[in-house]
Design a binder for this molecule. Structure first.
Ligand code: IPE
Ligand code: IPE
Ligand code: MG
Length: 265
């Protein structure tokens, strides 16, 4: 915890500049284990501790929304059965063990992704944690589970087609939806666009995560492996974020002010 405000906010992390939604691609568990001569599964187990630490730090900073990529559709389909089975066990125990802390800290847990394909016992614990925390309002902790962004967008299009078939939407209505309206058909209509996306373990790719939502998201890639990712690394990403200028395609006000002389635009 840094010096500064009583809630642990460092003076160089001004609350008004902090991201309101941070998304995490938690990568590098396997490499963390390999470099230690340990089984991959231990990498995942230690990764769960990072998730806990990062959640606590974000909560203490007052960040209202965080989304973790915990399992992609492709991970679910392409990883060895034993690894997926272990991840399911880990997820189940996380969903049970975190309940008390989530409730105490006024955190709502939500999931996005094709959770119907997860084992029944995991689904049951997920539903229970979502139910218990659904009225908690200080922060949303979202887990992307068996999630793929292309699948999410296809599903949204299928929902729109269904509405159109039922005569509830015309082609004009679909155009008029705009970016905000389209969100209603995505996996979690309440999800805001992430302000900051953090990917650990040094890969410069999105791996099918939040393709629609990350159009203007600031990206931070660190070489740190996810099990080693801790408060100092998070704070470093936040400091970098706070110093960035988000332009959304416009001209920076500083450049607008610095007009060229004599009528040149
Ligand atoms: C991320 O770590 C966790 C999941 C994808 C579930 P990895 O398991 O991808 O770790 P590396 O990329 O093999 O190091
Ligand atoms: C992305 O990591 C998915 C998660 C962190 C859950 P991967 O390790 O699956 O990504 P690739 O395969 O390196 O692109
Ligand atoms: Mg990986």
């Amino acid at each position: 915890m840094g010096e500064g405000a009583p809630d642990g906010t460092r003076v160089d992390l001004p609350a008004e500049k902090l991201p309101r939604h941070i998304a995490f691609i938690m990568d590098g568990n396997g490499r963390w284990a390999r470099t230690r001569g340990l089984p991959r599964l231990l990498g995942h187990e230690n990764g769960a501790s990072s998730l806990r630490r990062v959640t606590r730090r974000c909560r203490s900073l007052g960040i209202p929304e965080i989304t973790f990529f915990a399992l992609s559709t492709e991970n679910f389909q392409r990883r060895p059965k034993t690894e997926v089975g272990f991840l399911m066990k880990l997820l189940k125990s996380y969903l049970v063990s975190e309940r008390e802390e989530l409730l105490e800290n006024d955190i709502r847990l939500k999931a996005v992704g094709d959770v119907e394909a997860l084992p029944a016992d995991v689904r049951a614990e997920l539903a229970e944690t979502e139910r218990l925390t659904r009225d908690r309002g200080s922060m949303v902790l979202r887990l992307a589970l068996n999630y793929g962004a292309r699948q999410e967008i296809l599903e949204a299009v299928a929902r729109i087609a269904r509405e159109a078939r039922a005569g509830r939407l015309t082609e004009e209505d679909v155009r008029a939806l705009g970016e905000r309206g389209f969100r209603r058909y995505l996996a979690d209509p309440e999800m805001t666009d992430p302000d900051l996306l953090i990917r650990t373990a040094g890969e410069y790719r999105l791996s099918n995560f939040l393709l629609w939502q990350c159009s203007y998201t600031e990206i931070w890639v660190t070489q740190e492996l996810w099990p080693d990712f801790d408060v100092p690394q998070l704070d470093e990403a936040l400091r970098a974020y706070c110093s960035r200028e988000r332009k959304y395609g416009a001209v920076s006000p500083a450049d607008l002010a610095a007009r060229c002389p004599q009528g040149h635009a």
